[in-house]
Design a protein around this ligand. Structure first.
Ligand code: DGY
Length: 320
């Protein structure tokens, strides 16, 4: 059989590209820009498979126009909210993702955001960097201590559990909400809350680790933010869709929420300029999984899924 033809729209790690070129006929998009709907549709007639990222959108409209030649979307991401899974499944197109391999990297960024939001990282860095630091006082830049604080985690999947493990190292008390309770072995003493109603009032820190779905859209909104204790700190490394950004800004303005650490936004790339005006919002540009080791592992996982598919086996990470 001829080697399958594979479209790679974004610049993946060198090791990923080398392995892909060894085993497939690769068409790589020359510029590292998101694949547009028109490009996805046009490429589907030329390739058997694609390795997109969360920046390529497979909406129902796009999926309806895909050429039948293209049989598998092997995502280079754990999140699959950019894919209309139902439409893809109806067309018989296999979809896979890259779970596990990015959990630690994303949990590390959540820790950075939590610490940075709690300890004035934005204002402090700017003060020193601009040469404007000209005094010191015991009441200067006083933040919130995380040691011994209660951390609420929404979504205790792989990333949520990796984050809980790191937070335990900081002496935090872990509370979580998840559709189903973890086994005691996986809980490590964390306290399960069947509903957000009991979790949120406990959460001096709250970190989001659930997927973006129709059910979780704007999960953090005026009502749920109000249930957090005054002075709570919110962290989001999952998806911007989970947060009603206007409600979060209002909660920051009223000082009900002390600070936020955000790696994800409703509009990406770009973010929300209203957050950018606030020193108590520590932000990063969706780089949760951006370490060299994790990029290689994500690329290899996507290729493992493709290899299985083209060898006639079930890909390990099939989601549709
Ligand atoms: C993921 O894998 O879902 C990350 O957000 C990067 O795309």
């Amino acid at each position: 059989m001829d080697r399958p033809v594979l479209w790679i729209p974004r610049r993946l790690s060198d090791a990923t590209l080398a392995r892909a070129q060894r085993d497939y006929t690769v068409i790589a998009k020359p510029d590292d820009t998101p694949g547009t709907a028109a490009e996805i549709i046009a490429m589907s007639a030329q390739v058997d498979a694609m390795i997109p990222c969360h920046s390529e959108h497979f909406s129902a409209d796009v999926v309806a126009k895909l050429d039948p030649r293209m049989r598998i979307v092997a995502n280079h991401s754990v999140g699959v909210d950019h894919c209309d899974l139902e439409s893809l499944a109806k067309r018989g197109i296999v979809v896979t993702n890259t779970p596990d391999v990015l959990s630690d990297a994303t949990a590390e960024i959540a820790m950075l955001l939590m610490l940075g939001a709690a300890r004035h990282a934005v204002a402090g860095d700017r003060l020193v960097r601009t040469g404007a630091w000209d005094s010191w006082s015991p009441s200067f830049m006083v933040g919130t201590q995380i040691t011994g604080a209660r951390l609420g985690i929404i979504g205790m999947g792989r990333v949520g559990r990796a984050f809980a493990q790191k937070a335990r190292g900081f002496g935090m008390e872990i509370h979580y909400h998840n559709r189903s309770r973890l086994s005691p072995k996986d809980e490590h003493g964390a306290i399960w809350h069947e509903t957000l109603d009991t979790l949120l009032p406990q959460a001096q820190f709250l970190s989001l680790h659930c997927p973006a779905t129709a059910q979780t859209r704007d999960l953090l909104n005026a009502q749920t933010l109000a249930m957090l204790p005054k002075g709570a700190i919110v962290v989001n490394t999952a998806r911007g869709a989970l947060v009603d950004e206007d409600a979060l800004i209002a909660a920051l303005d009223s000082e009900h929420i002390a600070a936020a650490g955000l790696d994800c936004f409703k509009v990406e790339p770009g973010g929300n300029p209203a957050f950018a005006m606030r020193d108590n919002v520590f932000m990063l540009p969706h780089i949760g999984s951006a370490t060299r080791a994790t990029r290689d592992a994500m690329g290899f996982r996507a290729l493992d899924n493709l290899d299985a598919f083209f060898a006639g086996r079930a890909p390990a990470d099939r989601v549709a």
